[in-house]
Design a protein around this ligand. Structure first.
Ligand code: SF4
Length: 401
């Protein structure tokens, strides 16, 4: 039997290979462990040790591996992980007897199984399958554990009923050709934009997506609004072949800025409606908008694929906001209320006086002609799953541990 297990990252030290009483295995995780320090202390008290570091901190994949080997079996050990961690953790284990795939117990991050003749594979991004000749076989459910062998898939632990898959996957994180829960990223983005566009009365000459994640939405928006889609901004990528973002914020901003190139020929004298995935800090967008006006654009109408991000994400590791106070919304709430945590539910409510005031201040600070965020109902409708199965915490504060 042939097996491989891997992870694309410039910084993360994984996969790790562990030899244990359960046998030898390699492990990769997609995780955010909020109570890492607490679990680390417990494990050290249990006379366990850590050999790996990740950016100077405890390597969370190693911590997960140590929790697994406390179990009497792989299933028992993975359930031990589910019981201990706060945050989320999906993982793949390459064992001596097949690949074990275990999805986070709330299903915040996905795992998809692919199949081709004589082989199975598992990934968090189904985009990986297309060029390797795999077709999607099934989506693993929340808390489900399966074992893949060349001849089939064995369910080792059935899925739990409740699910809280990250809705932001479709907005921002996902690659267009990936699908989660049977819902394709590009299709969702298109539909999201189409519904928003059909409700918009703005007089614009054309619609343009901010690459990459705003493009699918902008194509739909153009169809809904009945205006042409045009590429007034293009993305230049050859010098940055690695797809994952640098962890240092300053570097990230510089890379993001250098990659986007405005096209004066398409901008001069035009009223352009732009689509973007989200606004986190707003600094990058503000810089981009400045450049657009320098290049002669007449009006910049910005449309955002999701509602304002009011709450930081405590569940998954790849979110771009590290704390609530990095969010432009919270900084404005602090200015208005004297307390960044006050009246959050009101600010999260579309078209409430608090919401409208906050959105107008964001518009002004970013130098936009108009600014509209999507409604949560529209986003949920475009994703096509029941709201109770989606995590929407960063928009409305709802949570489920
Ligand atoms: S809080 Fe937001 S980013 Fe985090 S899992 Fe929920 S929807 Fe996704």
């Amino acid at each position: 039997m042939h097996g491989r297990c891997g992870h694309i990252s410039d910084t993360d030290a994984q996969p790790l290979v562990i030899n244990s009483h359960l046998g030898r295995f390699a492990i990769v995780t997609v995780a955010k462990i909020v109570n890492l320090d607490e679990i680390e202390k417990q494990l050290l008290n249990d006379k366990m040790h850590f050999a790996e570091l990740s950016s100077g901190k405890t390597n969370q994949t190693e911590l997960v591996a140590l929790l697994i080997i406390q179990g009497n079996s792989f299933v028992d050990g993975i359930e031990n992980v589910f019981r201990h961690i706060k945050g989320s953790c999906s993982m793949l284990l390459l064992t001596e007897d097949g690949i074990i795939a275990a999805r986070d117990k709330w299903g915040r991050t996905p795992i998809v199984v692919g199949r081709k003749d004589g082989a199975y594979a598992a990934t968090s991004e189904s985009t990986a399958f297309a060029n390797l000749g795999y077709a999607i076989d099934r989506y693993i459910g929340p808390g489900e554990i399966v074992r893949l062998r060349p001849d089939g898939v064995e369910v080792m632990r059935p899925a739990d009923e409740p699910m809280q898959i990250c809705s932001f996957l479709w907005v921002y994180y996902g690659f267009p050709t990936s699908s989660y829960e049977g819902r394709n990223v590009e299709q969702v983005r298109y539909e999201n934009g189409r519904i928003m566009g059909a409700e918009d009365q703005t007089e614009a000459d054309c619609v343009c997506g901010i690459p990459d994640s705003g493009v699918g939405m902008a194509l739909g928006y153009a169809a809904g609004l009945g205006k042409p889609y045009q590429r007034a901004i293009s993305k230049y990528t050859p010098t940055w072949p690695r797809s994952f973002t640098p962890s240092n914020q300053e570097m990230r901003s510089l890379v993001a800025k250098m990659k986007l190139i405005p096209n004066r020929a398409m901008l001069e004298g035009k009223r352009v409606l732009f689509c973007d995935d989200s606004i986190v800090r707003g600094t990058q967008l503000r810089d981009n908008v400045k450049v657009l006006f320098e290049d002669g654009v007449k009006e910049v109408h910005m449309r955002i694929a999701c509602p304002p991000l009011i709450y930081g994400c405590p569940f998954i590791g790849f979110t771009s906001s590290k704390s609530d106070m990095e969010l432009i919304t919270r900084r404005i709430i602090k200015e208005l209320e004297g307390d960044a945590d006050k009246n959050l539910a009101e600010y999260a409510k579309t078209d409430s006086p608090c919401y409208n005031k906050m959105v107008d201040i964001i518009r002004e600070r970013l130098g936009l002609t108009t600014l509209k965020f999507n409604k949560l109902e529209t986003l949920v409708k475009a994703i096509g799953l029941p709201k109770c199965k989606l995590c929407t915490h960063c928009f409305d504060g709802s949570s489920c541990f």
